[in-house]
Design a binder for this molecule. Structure first.
Ligand code: KIV
Ligand code: ZN
Length: 536
């Protein structure tokens, strides 16, 4: 059990891989979860909630892998979620026990509406269940967190009573969630202060109070900060604020509020904020949930100054309109541009400055792609480099590889795409299709070759840099049509927007194949593909 409570440090509990993954449309495979967990550890989060092991054998395996590979002695606590149900707690322990610092997080509702309609329990029964299940969790694991779900709509004195029972049974982190994002900041702060003060044992040494807020009224960050001011020392957050419905509190907003207003808050965090932009980008790519452009801290416009008067002030003194620097969250303001004459060393050095240490094989891949982009685009900026990395390093296993796209489009003809893909067996397939536009035609041609049923849910395009030669970045989301409607995201960038669109769709399909199995690919005979002469 960790009893080292430092009053001036807020523990950052990241639940991107659990509550965040519950976002409509987010679905991560176990390799992606592991990669995100590695980056969260680098970012400096104190606790990673890696999943809900009882939800499925895949979830259990993913949490176990993160516990084994990321939960090292000097790494973060690895936590799993469990309802106050024996089997959940046992499965949770089965997964997290491999971490050097494991945690079981168990929860039950305290609001009358949840108890009546969802749990079919009286308050007394819920209290007894919480007591028994915390005791069970504590018999397995030294570090137990307990949550009173829907505390925001519960009677405060009952919340305090249930928390007291959890503390008595050995829980050391007590979380008081505003599950449905109902509370106002002043009210949530008042509730936290009241519950902390009125829970017997609430001020015992080693007890950490935690806040967990949802964003239904856009108040998750404000509520979280109010809860911290009231005495909580753990904040439960997700990258980019993804999560159920309108999402969870966003990690970057809480951390940068605390960092930017050191004069106002009496606490700090262990986060290395320079990793924020990179993790944000990775989560957006893997989940297929793009960040809205005006999102605080990590949105594309978060540091853009458009109005003339702002630009003028900004040039005279950055602080006229900038309360934090883009560099502080890992965005570069470098004017240094690379081009087609830049050598491997220059590119490697720039990547190192941006925080990417690539091994030789990865560097070769990235440098090859850099040269291809530099042939089409005169100046390669840091944003271009980051987009290349997202494609080359953070892309899925490539069962199908894009080998060529040709489109004809315009007002007179039917938009037509001809496509060349390399299949999993190394064979080259060529197909053509018409569509309502060139992207539709490209997707039609890909479907003809790959032949795995799916539905396109979302297609988002934006320019990475300014100018007509800017790289276009496309994010798509697709779902399976097998009744489970699992969703998968894909990302692609290229100076040619049609190529970027093709790459993004193929990345989503490859991610889907990794999850559902390549046996879903129709056999050769059933595909309308043409083998090129001499391709074998
Ligand atoms: O929002 C919530 O109440 C939760 C709990 C399971 C902690 O996510
Ligand atoms: Zn939640």
């Amino acid at each position: 059990m960790d009893t080292d409570v430092q009053p001036d440090v807020v523990r950052i509990f990241d639940t991107t891989l659990r509550d965040g993954e519950q976002s409509p449309g987010a679905s991560l495979n176990s390799a992606e979860k592991l990669e995100i967990a590695r980056h969260l550890a680098e970012l400096g989060v104190d606790i990673i909630e890696a999943g809900f092991p009882a939800a499925s054998p895949d979830d259990l395996a993913a949490v176990r892998r993160i516990a084994e590979e990321v939960g090292t002695a000097d790494g973060p606590v690895i936590c799993g979620l469990a309802r106050c149900v024996r089997i959940d707690i046992e499965k949770c322990w089965e997964a997290v026990q491999y971490a050097a610092k494991p945690r079981i997080h168990t929860f039950i509702s305290t609001s009358d509406i949840h108890l009546k309609y969802q749990f079919n329990m009286t308050r007394e029964q819920a209290l007894e269940r919480a007591r028994e299940m915390v005791r069970l969790a504590r018999s397995l694991c030294a570090d137990v967190e307990f949550s009173t779900m829907d505390a925001g709509r519960s009677e405060w004195s009952y919340v305090a009573q249930v928390c007291a029972a959890a503390i008595e049974e050995g829980a050391t982190t007590i979380n008081v969630p505003d599950t449905v994002g109902y509370m106002m900041p002043e009210e949530y702060g008042r509730m936290m202060a009241w519950v902390i003060e009125n829970t017997p044992g609430g001020r015992n040494p080693g007890i950490i109070w935690s806040v967990h807020c949802h964003n239904d009224l856009g108040l998750a960050t404000a509520n979280t900060l109010a809860g911290l001011v009231a005495g909580a020392r753990q904040a439960e957050v997700t990258i980019n604020g993804i999560g159920e419905r309108a999402g969870n509190t966003s990690l970057e907003e809480v951390v940068m509020s605390i960092n930017t207003r050191k004069d106002y808050y009496s606490f700090g965090t262990n986060i290395n904020s320079k990793h924020i932009a990179r993790v944000s980008r990775m989560v957006a790519n893997y989940t297929g949930i793009p960040v809205q452009p005006n999102k605080a801290i990590v949105g594309a416009n978060a540091f853009a100054h458009e109005a003339g008067i702002h630009q003028d002030g900004q040039l005279k003194n950055r602080e006229t309109y900038e309360i934090m620097t883009p560099e502080s969250v890992g965005l570069s303001d470098s004017k240094l541009v690379l081009g087609k004459h830049s050598g491997r060393h220059a590119v490697k050095a720039r990547l190192r400055d941006l925080g990417y240490a690539l091994d030789d094989d990865k560097m070769t891949e990235v440098f090859k792609r850099f040269k291809e982009v530099a042939d089409k685009k005169k100046h390669i900026t840091d944003a271009d480099l980051q987009a290349i990395l997202s494609d080359q390093i953070e892309g899925p296993t490539e069962y199908f590889k894009l080998r060529g796209i040709q489109v004809t489009c315009g007002q007179l003809d039917m938009p037509t795409a001809t496509l060349k893909l390399e299949g999993p067996d190394g064979r080259i397939h060529v197909e053509a299709a018409v569509g309502v536009g060139p992207v539709d035609a490209v997707y039609g041609a890909i479907d003809r070759i790959v032949k795995v049923s799916n539905k396109l849910l979302e297609f988002v395009v934006h320019a990475i840099t300014e100018g007509v030669d800017a790289q276009g970045e496309v994010t798509v989301r697709i779902c399976t049509l097998d009744g489970e409607y699992q969703t998968f995201g894909g990302h692609g960038s290229d100076p040619d927007i049609i190529v970027a669109s093709g790459k993004a769709y193929l990345a989503a399909i490859n991610r889907m194949l990794a999850a559902v199995g390549t046996e879903q690919i129709k056999p050769e005979g059933e595909r309308a593909a043409v083998s090129l002469p001499g391709a074998d």
